[in-house]
Design a protein around this ligand. Structure first.
Ligand code: BG6
Length: 474
């Protein structure tokens, strides 16, 4: 039996900075990534999104390829500094026009637009005012969100406030490898609370406009990382390490947006260690007043956890200088460390390939947060795709990866998990934040030698067939 519902959203995703380019066109302001990617040694061989794959100028061609692929939905992100070049002040009509045109183009082919408000490209002008450490950002974000709801909410019915709070917060403020390049765990914890408040405020802005019938109703939620944890052995110590990991990397980020609270044991731990986060009167009430309509999950890999002694490993700096990143052991001394599982396959970038983790993760999400609809907002394989002498892009490993993960989805749906859609990451080859363009994810290839020409990969045809049969061809 084919369990995919008839209205299943077969999708693909991208994000503004990774595809658009045109970083200074039509009144766009600079984002933190526009500056950070230009710092020596910050990214692989200095790769940046100045031009990216020029989606800004080629979106019509790209949407045509989406239509031919048969996509039911496309997830993209809106670049905040295109809409508000200096973070605040007047909105930029040319920025609004670009997204408006993109949305119309999608709708022309019957493709459902799924918009993410924040996929990491904060206006630099707001970073200059303290970035996410400044509570004023809550209001700035709410105003930006409100503008997007009012401009696009007549046509966009699926909204995602933030993409992967864990990543831009922890990589940006704890590990120092994303902007603003800070290495201070206490500051990361403070930022996580402010971002949660900004999310909640944006949800309220949305609901208010729907209630006042200023825009049509839809769904609003957030996209979180799902990096399911498994103890590397059955020992009580490794099991306890895994529980701490799940608390820190999963519950800490999901609970505030889905339950309006923080996991009590970890809150206590952070308070004891850092006296953070600073929770003001009214904060928790705000979080509680803004439940999400769905849960977006970005799943690539699982984590295997082991006990980490008090003098054990801390966070290893992520290696961006090599051809392929190596994920060294990393962890929190005294709590847990991530280790390699010798029984599992890994990608060239050392990401575990473990579809079971997607299935198990969805089950854990349902156990903890109930029956909210789930959208898999990202899933895909980063690889170096060889090209045959005839010029065909050979990405059979990507097909195998997607197939196995979709089978995990099939199993989840079979067991009653309300999975409403699946978005391949990514629609097109794009900039991998720290790894440049050599780490490819797309079902569409971009020829970086021949003027960014697009070419369908094997995975494109495979996915096309799958969509046509509503998943029966899996
Ligand atoms: C997710 C992000 O973390 O993973 C994407 O939402 C990103 O923007 C993707 O590209 C893959 O990560 P990476 O580091 O391999 O590009």
């Amino acid at each position: 039996m084919n369990p995919f519902p008839d209205d299943f959203l077969w999708g693909a995703a991208t994000a503004a900075y990774q595809v658009e380019g045109a970083y200074q066109d039509d009144g766009k302001g600079l984002s933190i990534w526009d500056l950070y990617s230009h710092l020596p040694g910050a990214t692989y061989q200095g790769a940046n999104g100045d031009r990216a794959v020029d989606h800004y100028h080629r979106y019509r061609e790209d949407v045509r390829l989406m239509a031919e692929l048969g996509l039911k939905a496309y997830r993209f992100s809106i670049s905040w500094p295109r809409i508000f070049p200096s973070g605040a002040g007047e909105a930029n009509p040319q920025g609004i026009r670009f997204y408006s045109d993109l949305i119309d183009e999608l709708l022309k082919y019957g493709i459902v637009p799924v918009a993410t408000l924040y996929h990491w490209d904060l206006p630099q002008a707001l970073q200059d005012q303290g970035g996410w450490e400044n509570r004023a950002l809550i209001e700035h974000f709410a105003r930006y969100a409100k503008t997007c709801f009012e401009q696009f909410g007549d046509r966009v019915r699926h909204w995602i406030t933030f993409n992967e709070t864990i990543n831009f917060i922890m990589l940006g403020y704890r590990d120092g490898v994303h902007p603003p390049g800070v290495r201070d765990e206490k500051r990361a914890v403070e930022v996580s609370h402010i971002v949660n408040l900004a999310h909640a405020q944006a949800v309220l802005e949305y609901r208010k406009r729907v209630r006042e019938k200023k825009i049509a109703g839809g769904m609003i939620g957030i996209a979180h990382v799902l990096l399911t944890g498994f103890p590397i052995s059955e020992s009580a110590e490794d099991v306890a390490a895994c529980e701490w990991y799940e608390e820190m990397d999963f519950h800490w980020f999901y609970d505030p947006s889905l339950q309006g609270r923080y996991p009590p044991r970890l809150l206590q731990y952070y308070q004891a260690r850092f006296q953070a986060p600073t929770v003001l009167d009214g904060d928790m009430a705000l979080l509680q007043s803004a439940p999400s309509d769905f849960i977006g999950i970005n799943y690539y890999q699982s984590a295997f956890l082991a006990h980490n002694p008090a003098d054990g490993v801390g966070f290893a700096a992520i290696n961006v200088s090599g051809e392929q990143g190596t994920q060294k052991d990393s962890g929190i001394p005294g709590l847990f460390k991530r280790v390699r599982n010798p029984n599992v396959a890994y990608t060239p970038w050392d990401w575990s390939i473990y579809p079971e983790g997607l299935y198990a993760g969805m089950k854990r999400i349902r156990e903890r947060y109930g029956d909210l609809p789930i959208l898999i907002t990202e899933n895909g394989l980063g690889d170096k795709d060889p090209i045959s002498p005839e010029g065909e892009i050979l990405d059979a490993p990507r097909i195998a990866y997607l197939r196995e993960h979709l089978r995990a989805c099939q199993r989840a749906i079979d067991e009653g998990i309300p999975l409403a859609g699946y978005f391949v990451w990514s629609f097109i080859d794009l900039l991998s934040w720290l790894n440049g363009y050599q780490k490819q994810y797309g079902v569409v290839y971009v020829d970086r030698v021949r003027d960014l020409q697009r070419k369908k990969k094997q995975s494109y045809f495979w996915y096309q067939q799958l969509i046509q049969t509503n998943g029966a061809a899996l």
